[in-house]
Design a binder for this molecule. Structure first.
Ligand code: SF4
Length: 435
């Protein structure tokens, strides 16, 4: 048998073939299709237009709908989008809907999907959101699609895909305490550029990756799209399986696949993580890399800790470690990605104080779980940059206007660096605050 990469193996199985090669065009079966409040209405419209207004989705159990983007707003059009989702879910009797204003409400889709057991090794997950690639951390093929493709999948359970070639990024060594997965992925994007992985798989490997917890692995895969990657992927290990088995409430069977020895990688780069330094992406592109030491002292107006990239428990634990017992010097916004994480902030303690207390005592504001200001949103969105401010953020994009005002400046960094900078009001090396 020809040796295959993990992505090639998954695509071959879902195409009913023994093997595929990069560049092959194949029809594949889709295991899960996710959509949200921004793209859901468009996807539903296309589905109805092409399959008929009374058509049923191909498999009710495989469609997951998660409102998360423009949620806590008075904006009429944003609220209407959620109404469209509600109506469709009722018509189709879809079981996997996480509605706003109910106990089922979750928050950011890419974190809600694994929490609710919709991510499994060896599967194909499509989502109408470019950061669907986050789920590659579970050893599956996960990628973002447009509304047209999603509408087609909704009716057929299939999609057409060109098999991407795979690039391999090996992280050797164990991460020092002042670095996080965010530093690693910003370093990679700085090296290869925003188009460095266009229509390619980015596979992460090495002891530095397997020593990361599942949330940090999600951060790595989350940002492959910032380099143009079709998908990001990490071979599943016991850490993956422990998480998935705990969350896979439906008990759905899955197949663990891994890259073969001798598989063909079109590019390979090895990093010794012990030699890396904290990294920042300067305005206005995720590949505009600087080491924190190079731009230390740059004045800031605001700090933001949230999103699918930087709003998970691991991110808040890291930020709390820095903020505990100190006061922020600039407006600091904390947004848990999901309701489960929001509950975690209330429950988990750091030296006798809940994480929520640590943030509030430091003077930060905590918002409800959602995408919030990561994508700007309506002007009443929590944390939105409504003025041309300079903001340091744990989010994943810093293009002009991304977090609101088109003249705002956004610096992307790890939660450690964002928290340290919140304490000083200037870009600060987290090592200054870590014992
Ligand atoms: S948190 Fe930001 S990047 Fe993640 S899904 Fe929401 S808007 Fe997109």
């Amino acid at each position: 048998m020809m040796p295959l990469t993990l992505t090639e193996k998954i695509l071959a199985r879902h195409a009913g073939r023994d093997a595929v090669r990069p560049g092959d065009n194949v029809w594949i079966d889709v295991d899960v299709l996710m959509t949200h409040d921004v793209c859901g209405p468009g996807t539903i419209g296309i589905f109805k237009q092409h399959f008929g207004k009374d058509a049923k989705v191909w498999d009710r159990d495989k469609v997951v709908i998660i409102p998360d983007h423009y949620i806590f707003t008075a904006d009429r059009m944003a609220n209407r989008n959620v109404d469209v989702l509600r109506q469709f879910v009722a018509e189709q009797k879809l079981p996997h809907y996480y509605d706003v204003g109910t106990d089922r409400y979750k928050g950011v889709c890419h974190i809600a999907l694994p929490e609710e057991g919709h991510t499994r090794p060896g599967e194909v997950l499509l989502g109408t959101d470019s950061h669907t690639c986050t789920a590659g951390a579970f050893g599956e093929f996960a990628t973002g699609v447009g509304n047209t493709d999603a509408g087609f999948t909704m009716g057929t359970g299939k999609t057409w895909v060109k098999v991407p070639p795979t690039m391999r990024f090996v992280f050797e060594g164990e991460l020092p305490p002042y670095l996080m997965a965010k530093d690693l992925i910003l370093a990679v994007i700085g090296d290869i550029g925003c188009d460095g992985a266009t229509y390619k798989t980015m596979e992460f490997d090495g002891g530095g990756v397997y020593s990361l917890n599942i949330e940090e692995r999600m951060t790595l895969c989350n940002m492959v799209i910032e380099a143009g990657g079709k998908n990001g992927v990490i071979n599943p290990d016991q850490v993956t399986l422990d998480f998935v088995n705990k969350r896979n409430r439906s008990g759905k069977k899955y197949t663990v696949l891994k890259s073969d020895a001798g598989a063909n990688f079109v590019y390979e780069k090895v990093y010794d993580v012990r030699k890396l330094q904290p990294v920042i992406a300067k305005p206005h592109s995720p590949d505009n890399r600087a080491f924190v030491g190079e731009i230390k002292g740059t004045k800031l107006d605001r700090a933001y800790i949230g999103s699918c990239t930087g709003g998970k428990m691991t991110d808040f634990r890291a930020a709390a470690k820095i903020l505990k017992g100190h006061a922020v010097r600039i407006d600091t916004f904390v947004v848990p990605a999901t309701s489960e994480i929001a509950a975690g902030l209330k429950a988990e303690q750091l030296n006798g104080q809940t994480l929520e207390d640590v943030f509030l005592s430091a003077g930060a504001k905590i918002g409800p779980p959602s995408c919030a200001a990561c994508l700007g949103g309506p002007s009443d969105t929590f944390g939105r940059l409504n003025e041309p401010l300079s903001c340091i953020s744990t989010t994943n994009r810093n293009f002009p206007g991304r977090m609101g005002h088109k003249e705002a400046k956004v610096f992307l960094a790890s939660p450690l660096t964002v928290a340290a900078s919140a304490l000083t009001g200037v870009i600060t090396d987290p090592r200054d605050y870590l014992a």
